[in-house]
Design a protein around this ligand. Structure first.
Ligand code: FAD
Length: 401
């Protein structure tokens, strides 16, 4: 569309993850010459994070490399036929008028902050990783640490931890894997009681090939003797892992706001936004995705739906219409339990597919191939240009409240 105003507008998008890339792609459809879009990220590629565990644990390093390439399109390639200008650089600070990178400043009229969150290695990238090649080396280090030991301790039983254990058990049936989760159930934040299915799946499905031990309602704490062993917080079980993988707690990437917008950060450093994704007291700064304090679960899917909503609001404003408040999305979950099976929960738990799964596979509590198929489809859709746009519109209109 074209804007009804000739006033030059420069939308600068910070972060080329789920939210930032989709927002840039959607905004690039605005054809007005007075409308500029710039996308800034510290690396030259986009990474489809939901597939990273599967990539890490591919059977061979050649397959790891090839699969990594498939989920890490280069930004230059993604945006080559668009009017989005891509700048590579680490965001150091933001003022009311410009974004300050390590060696340059980018002025803006409007800012969309999509810098996401950090997670422990190997899941998300640190800021010093700039190329797919460096990401490959980074994943290889994690993979070597996993391969060089017989016993792995996984701490945290949310979707990421459960997926990691499922993939590890399937790939390395000879290793002993212990999953410790501080809550009474795995996946306790996902509706549909999927945690019980995941636990049963680990204990039954993999029983003949791997030792997967699940310890619930306890924390794994480093033992005081400093030998790298752990002890559980209630039953004092001693654990002697050769390698520990932490799958808990995300931290928002919002440090660059600290200097000039300290009041816009909540006590956990999430950026405070209203129902229009407008940052506290700022009329031209928005934040979406993992970095904002919007109450949606922190997901690739919700980051996408928020990007769609913000784009529609920007379009509405450019046409002189009122923006609409964002009221959240109905969430479906696909959690992998290994390379071939997964668990699926639709829309706030209104319908879980467990019944269907039992009917189709007659293997209750073992996870379904249908769920894994859904996950593969989500990856395909998320990483493809035009169909993704159509699909995101369908998802937006069917899932947002
Ligand atoms: C292992 C794993 C599995 C997951 N699986 C799923 C799943 O199956 N389904 C699902 O819906 N969600 C899943 N998630 C969650 C999902 O990945 C996140 O919610 C989503 O990536 C958030 O998108 P975002 O755009 O807000 O941030 P991100 O995707 O984190 O993108 C932020 C971008 O900003 C850049 N950036 C940050 N700080 C700076 C800076 N200072 N300077 C320059 N650039 C910067 C980063 O490099 C990155 O490219 C998973 C997460 C993990 C870790």
């Amino acid at each position: 569309m074209s804007t009804h105003s000739d006033i030059p507008l420069h939308y600068v998008i910070l972060g080329a993850g789920a939210a930032g890339t989709l927002l840039a792609l959607e905004l690039s459809k605005i054809t007005s010459p007075s409308f500029r879009i710039t996308l800034i990220d510290n690396k030259d590629f986009h990474e489809f994070t939901p597939s990273i565990i599967n990539v890490l644990l591919q059977p061979t390093t050649a397959e790891l490399r090839s699969r990594l390439n498939s989920i890490c399109p280069l930004l230059a390639e993604m945006f080559k036929d668009t009017r989005v200008e891509v700048i590579k650089g680490v965001i150091k600070s933001v003022t009311t008028e410009e974004v300050i990178l390590q060696d340059t400043k980018v002025p803006y009229t409007h800012l969309a902050i999509c810098t996401g969150s950090s997670y422990s290695a190997p899941y998300k990238l640190s800021l010093d990783i700039e190329t797919v090649e460096q990401r490959y080396d980074d994943l290889l280090r994690s993979r070597n640490a996993i391969e060089s030991t017989d016993s792995i301790l996984c701490i945290g039983g949310g979707p990421v931890g459960v997926e990691m254990v499922g993939e590890l058990a399937a790939r390395y049936p000879e290793k002993s894997i212990t999953l410790v989760h501080s809550k009474p159930e795995l996946l306790e934040k996902i509706p549909g009681n999927l945690g019980a299915d995941a636990k049963a799946s680990f204990e039954e499905e993999y029983a003949h090939k791997a030792v997967v031990k699940v310890i619930l309602d306890e924390k794994a704490l480093p033992s005081s003797n400093g030998d790298g062993s752990y002890v559980t917080s209630k039953t004092n079980q001693e654990l002697h892992p050769g390698h520990v993988i932490f799958s808990r707690g995300i931290a928002p990437n919002s440090e660059f706001m600290t200097a000039n917008f300290p009041n816009c950060l909540d006590d956990q450093k999430y950026i405070r936004v209203d129902e229009f994704f407008q940052v506290l007291d700022q009329t031209n700064i928005y934040a979406i995705g993992d970095v904002s304090n919007n109450p949606d679960p922190k997901l690739f899917f919700t980051a996408h739906m928020q990007a769609m909503h913000l784009c529609k609001n920007i379009n509405a404003q450019l046409s002189g219409k009122q923006p609409a408040p964002y009221k959240g999305s109905r969430i479906s979950y696909a959690v992998s339990l290994g390379p071939e099976v997964g668990l699926l929960s639709f829309s706030d738990g209104i319908l879980t597919i467990r019944g269907v799964r039992r009917m189709l596979f007659k293997k209750a509590r073992r996870g379904s191939r249908l769920a894994m198929f859904s996950k593969h489809m989500i990856e395909k859709v998320s990483l493809t240009g035009l169909p993704a746009s159509a699909m995101n519109n369908i998802l937006y209109y069917t899932t947002t409240k």
